[in-house]
Design a protein around this ligand. Structure first.
Ligand code: GLN
Length: 186
C-alpha cells in the first residue's frame, strides 16, 4: 500500500512523517502522472487558490478522476479543494464532498488556535490555521469530528476531510482512520 501526499505546496512533510510513523509507504506527489502509482492520497493544508493555480486545468481534471476512484484525505486547504461549494471567495472545488465550506472563516484575530474538539465521542486536540468552516453538510456526508457545534471532519464514501491539522498534533487517530479507510477499500 503506497500513499501519496500532494507536495505542490503547503505542509506536506508533516503528513509524510505521520504516515511513515504509522508504517505506510509514502510518495510525495509532484505531478499528476504519479497518481497511477498510489492507493490513496493526502491533500495537505496550504493555500487552496495556489493549489488550483499550480495544478492547472489538466492537473485538476486528473485529481478529480483520482478522488472519484481512490481514498483521499484533505486537511484545511485540502478540505476546501474537495468540497462541492466554496465561499469567501467562490472557488472551484472537486465536488467529492457534498459540503459548503467557507474559507478563512474565523477572522483575523483568531485565525490560528488550538482547541479541544471531539472525534466521535472522544476528546481530540485540534490545530486550526486560517481554517475554513463547513457550513452545510449533505445527506450522504458523515460528520466524524466536531468542535463546539461545528462539523470539523467529515467523510463521504472514500473521501475524508478535516478543517484542522491532525498532522500537527501528537495524536495519530485521524490518520489511522484514513489508513483504515484505504485498507477497507471502501
Ligand atoms: N486559508 C487557506 C485557504 O483558504 C487554508 C489554510 C490552511 O490550509 N491552513 O486555502
Amino acid at each position: 500500500m503506497k500513499i501519496g501526499v500532494l507536495a505542490l505546496q503547503g505542509d506536506f512533510d508533516a503528513h509524510r512523517r505521520r504516515l511513515e510513523d504509522l508504517g505506510a509507504e509514502v510518495a510525495l506527489v509532484k505531478h499528476p502522472g504519479q497518481f497511477d502509482e498510489i492507493d490513496g492520497l493526502v491533500i495537505p493544508g496550504g493555500e487552496s487558490g495556489t493549489f488550483l493555480k499550480l495544478l492547472g486545468e489538466e492537473g485538476f481534471e486528473k485529481l478529480r478522476q483520482f478522488v472519484q476512484a481512490k481514498p483521499t484525505f484533505g486537511t484545511c486547504a485540502g478540505a476546501i479543494l474537495l468540497a462541492k461549494e466554496v465561499e469567501n471567495p467562490k472557488q472551484t472545488g472537486l465536488g467529492a464532498l457534498d459540503i459548503r465550506i467557507r474559507r478563512n472563516a474565523y477572522g483575523r484575530q483568531i485565525d490560528s488556535s488550538i482547541r479541544q474538539g471531539r472525534l466521535g465521542e472522544e476528546p481530540l486536540e485540534m490545530v486550526f490555521i486560517r481554517a475554513p468552516k463547513i457550513e452545510r453538510v449533505g445527506p450522504a456526508v458523515e460528520v466524524i469530528a466536531t468542535q463546539g457545534d461545528d462539523p470539523v471532519a467529515v467523510r463521504q464514501g472514500k473521501v475524508m476531510a478535516a478543517t484542522f491539522h491532525p498532522e500537527l498534533s501528537d495524536d495519530t487517530r485521524v490518520h489511522r482512520e484514513f489508513l483504515a479507510l484505504i485498507r477497507n477499500g471502501k
